[in-house]
Design a protein around this ligand. Structure first.
Ligand SMILES: [Zn+2]
Length: 199
């Protein structure tokens, strides 16, 4: 695939940011202003009519690294950002679920795969797009998986076959690098890291 991975990540970063512009107050419909409220030190969307302050905070992306013997399960994305590129099954955490439940749900939705969570494996802060990625090591329970609506295809890959140049996200690349490295020692500690801001 003719795809500049570094540039791709930049594009994807923009596409996934949740720093969305707000025009109108979601409480009362009045146009909001963007300023530092009294007693605060950051710009917020503020409604001068009803007094609401609309805080925006990072989102959690939860997902799995599903493992079967010496292979891992990847999904090829059927949606932007990263259409046609490979990823681990992951997505935004929903209200009323735990991080592990969200990871299992995303794995079922995107890969049609049932997994048993082993443990939290990578926690990666991505401050340039206001996200925290939480990926769990998981055991694939059977081989009865299939592409969900957001995937073009789903497949198992041994280390030698990983499409390193066609991965959709930096967090996925980093997680896979840790995993195959850890396979050599058989120890899988939690990897806590930050992805550098890109300019
Ligand atoms: Zn308002």
């Amino acid at each position: 695939m003719d795809f500049d991975v570094h540039r791709g990540f930049l594009l994807l970063s923009g596409g996934l940011s949740n720093r969305t512009a707000m025009n109108y107050c979601s409480h009362c419909g009045t146009p909001v202003s963007h300023r530092i409220p009294d007693g605060d030190n950051r710009h917020r969307y503020v409604c001068d009519a009803c007094g609401a302050i609309h805080y925006q905070n990072p989102r959690m992306v939860v997902g799995c690294l599903p493992v079967w013997e010496d292979q891992v399960l990847l999904c090829r994305r059927a949606i932007e950002p990263g259409y046609g590129l490979w990823t681990l099954p992951a997505g935004f955490m929903e209200n009323s679920e735990t991080t592990a439940e969200g990871a299992q749900r995303e794995t079922l939705e995107e890969a049609g795969a049932r997994v048993e969570i082993v443990d939290l494996y990578t926690l990666i802060n991505v401050p340039d797009i206001d996200q925290v990625s939480l990926l769990f090591r998981a055991r694939l329970l059977d081989l009865d998986f299939a592409a969900g609506e957001e995937s073009l295809e789903v497949a198992l890959f041994a280390e030698a076959d990983i499409p390193w140049d066609e991965l959709a996200f930096r967090t996925v690349k980093k997680t896979l690098e840790h995993y195959f490295e850890d396979c050599r020692s058989g120890q899988f500690p939690l990897h806590l890291s930050n992805l550098d801001r890109r300019h």
